[in-house]
Design a protein around this ligand. Structure first.
Ligand SMILES: [Zn+2]
Length: 287
């Protein structure tokens, strides 16, 4: 947070310097665009192949093979979900929220991609449908499905409240990943990473630019849909914040389950399609 009373005087040209127009850091017009027409054809008549119900204040794992779709669906009541993605065959390739934010902005919707960590930096998933796409940005600067909020975690909760809380999304994901891999939660938690905050409504306050949340506009039946670009293992936590309209990192907020449904295209709708290759940089770093 910036000082409200700066320690240093304004230079004579302060306003001129502030008036310089911004430029986009990472213009995406050179990125190969996702073939949304192909995905639209692949969605037609797709058949459901599985589902996973994520209980409140818990996380569950699911698989989404390359070329399939998965949906995160609101059931029972307004609920926020924290999503992690890994390459099913290599946990070190995982969703990179920071670079996704730099490329696509603070909140994701249809046509945006979830990029993987270095050195692969490739699309792991593409968002193919979003029933909350009507929301846009509200008068507070808030929107849904952010890549700015990291995930609720017991370390920050301990810092701010002095009390342990084990049902944070970080710990929920760590327990789910520990169960799936048979490894200790303390060891496996290093693979838990910054999330896509599915359905969460967030932004930065206009005056202090602090991270805020407000009640999610999601309602039962709403969903966010993804196309798996590579073989994925996903982890989804039903956040202890529930609708994230008041508190998180406690048992006080009403919470609801989230449903993950998996679908596969029928016929040869994806003929000619293949997973994106890993990033082309040779990793020599100028040495
Ligand atoms: Zn959470």
């Amino acid at each position: 947070m910036k000082l409200t009373a700066p320690h240093h005087p304004f230079p004579a040209d302060a306003e001129d310097r502030r008036a310089v127009a911004p430029v986009i850091c990472y213009p995406v017009d050179t990125l190969p665009p996702p073939d949304l027409a192909l995905y639209a054809r692949a969605r037609e008549g797709m058949e459901k192949i599985g589902e996973v119900l994520v209980p409140p204040r818990e996380a569950r794992m699911f698989d989404a093979p390359a070329g399939t779709f998965f949906r995160i669906i609101s059931v029972d009541g307004p609920q926020v979900g924290d999503l992690n993605l890994w390459n099913k065959h290599d946990l070190s390739e995982r969703f990179y929220a920071g670079k996704t934010r730099a490329l696509h902005g603070t909140h994701l919707s249809t046509g945006d991609r979830m990029w993987s960590s270095f050195p692969t930096l490739r699309p792991m998933a593409t968002i193919t449908d979003d029933t909350l796409d009507w929301y846009g940005f509200d008068d507070f600067g808030g929107s849904v499905h952010d890549v700015i909020g990291t995930r609720c975690d017991p370390y920050t909760a301990m810092l701010l409240s002095g009390a342990p809380y084990h049902q944070c999304c970080h710990s929920n994901l760590a327990r789910a990943l520990a169960t799936q891999t048979g490894r200790d939660a303390r060891e496996i938690e290093a693979h838990v990473h910054d999330v896509l905050n599915v359905f969460m409504c967030t932004g930065f306050t206009r005056d202090t630019q602090q991270y805020f949340m407000k009640a999610t506009p999601v309602r039962p039946g709403d969903y966010l849909e993804f196309f798996a670009e590579i073989d994925l293992t996903g982890g989804l936590s039903a956040c202890p914040g529930g609708a994230c309209d008041d508190k998180h990192s406690s048992d006080t907020a009403p919470c609801h389950p989230l449903l993950v449904e998996m679908y596969r295209p029928v016929n040869d709708a994806l003929a000619g399609w293949s997973s994106p290759p890993v990033n082309g940089y040779d990793r020599s770093h100028g040495v």
